[in-house]
Design a protein around this ligand. Structure first.
Ligand SMILES: Cc1ncc(COP(=O)(O)O)c(C=O)c1O
Length: 400
């Protein structure tokens, strides 16, 4: 059987693989603590669900414009205006099936054969796979645990070549939770404007930032390289709407028009009912977002305190998103677990705790723990994790 060449260049989503394994185990009656899930454990807020019910009752169940209904495009523009002080119009916005499609539309609209696209590692694997699906080449710039996986303009710009067509920044980042500083993005934006390079920001976790730090990336881009900038956002994490599939892409009208054309021949519109729900999410009270963020913060702090009890589990409190990114290098050895993949497999097998191994993010020697789960699960799961490490790596007990 001969498949298209592009299928040989991409792999399935490794983060979704963890979810599928957990599902399979649970269906066969095995109780598992799931630290793999990259999605809120909260239900979608009531007001959003009510808007969906109302849409159904009003028989709002037909095709909509492929790029989304005008109400929702306006709601997105309104939200970005009030959150960031930036002005976009309806022709500069398209409604997409999650942040994933916003990023994919962007890749297909902007990148092609021979192009290089720079992004920072560790990274969410979809970003690089989408670049490859667009027949372009991902160029990776490493970030490091010593400075909290900060993204530095200098290292990004040092990777620019005459073939560089785009730079993708994910902030808050998955899996590290790190934020890019505004000054760093500004420096990137200025070079991008001069050299005609696209700057794409993945803002999927934009509502999940724990401290009051400046993070007005849309404004920075509007001021430095508006004509070269694309913002990709999502209702998934902010409003606990992962299954509804709603995101958006904001950028120069020609890019949005090209993306709308691509989308009109592939998926067409986002589910009509979802779109009405998203209007309610964006225009309604943002109190549920704050309440969820407060709960994530408590979990982050407790989880960090529990894990810090073992110096071999090196981690910092993330600034955003809902992942603790743990360096387990001190637990790996040639006699025991050689890789974080081995470690994660054995942890699931033996202690029934699912974590995502760093290999999924091009960061071997690490694991990602999602704290989008209850405090009870976090307490029990981290106790199991600590016991597991104690059993398997007693030799490294005073590693740090
Ligand atoms: C960094 C990042 N960007 C974008 C997305 C896309 O999410 P969705 O398509 O559900 O909006 C995710 C989902 O996990 C993510 O982690």
């Amino acid at each position: 059987m001969t498949l298209a060449d592009r299928t040989t260049r991409i792999a399935g989503s490794p983060t979704m693989k963890v979810t599928a394994t957990v599902d399979r185990l649970r269906r066969s009656g095995v109780e598992v603590i799931d630290f793999g899930a990259g999605e809120p454990d909260f239900p979608t807020p009531d007001a959003i669900k009510a808007a969906a019910h109302a849409a159904l009752d009003a028989n709002f169940t037909r095709y909509t414009p492929a790029a989304g209904i005008a109400d929702l495009k306006r709601a997105i523009c309104d939200r970005y205006r009030s959150d960031y002080g930036v002005e976009y119009t309806e022709s500069e916005v398209i409604v997409t099936a999650g942040g994933k499609q916003a990023l994919y539309n962007t890749a297909l609209s902007l990148f092609g054969p021979g192009d290089e696209v720079i992004t920072h590692a560790p990274y969410w694997p979809t970003l690089t796979e989408q670049i490859k699906l667009a027949d372009a080449t991902p160029v990776l710039v490493r970030t490091h645990p010593e400075d909290g996986f900060a993204v530095h303009a200098k290292t990004i710009l040092d990777a620019v070549t005459p073939r560089t067509r785009g730079i993708i920044v994910n902030s808050p980042g998955n899996p590290t939770g790190a934020l890019i500083a505004e000054a760093e993005l500004k420096a990137i934006g200025e070079v991008a404007a001069r050299q005609g390079i696209w700057v794409v920001v993945d803002l999927c976790y934009e509502k999940l930032i724990y401290d009051r730090v400046p993070h007005n990336l849309p404004r920075v881009l509007a001021e430095t390289c508006r004509d070269q900038a694309v913002l990709c956002g999502s209702a998934s994490k902010a409003y606990a709407m992962t299954g509804w599939r709603c995101g958006w892409q904001i950028g120069p009208a020609p890019v949005i028009a090209a993306s709308a054309a691509i989308q009109s021949h592939s998926t067409s519109n986002v589910t009509s009912i979802t779109q009405k729900a998203a209007v309610a999410a964006l225009l309604g009270s943002q109190a549920p977002v704050t309440a969820m963020l407060d709960e994530y913060r408590k979990r982050r702090d407790r989880l960090h305190a529990w894990l810090a009890a073992d110096p071999r589990l090196r981690c910092r409190k993330p600034a955003g998103a809902f992942y603790m990114f743990v360096d387990i290098g001190d637990v790996l050895s040639t006699e025991g677990f050689r890789t974080s993949l081995d470690f994660a497999d054995a942890l699931l097998d033996e202690s029934r705790v699912a974590v995502t191994p760093g290999e999924a993010f091009d960061a071997p020697g690490t694991i990602r723990i999602s704290y989008a789960t209850s405090m009870e699960n976090l307490e029990e799961g981290s106790a199991r994790l600590l016991q597991f490490v104690g059993r398997h790596a007693p030799h490294a007990a005073t590693a740090r």
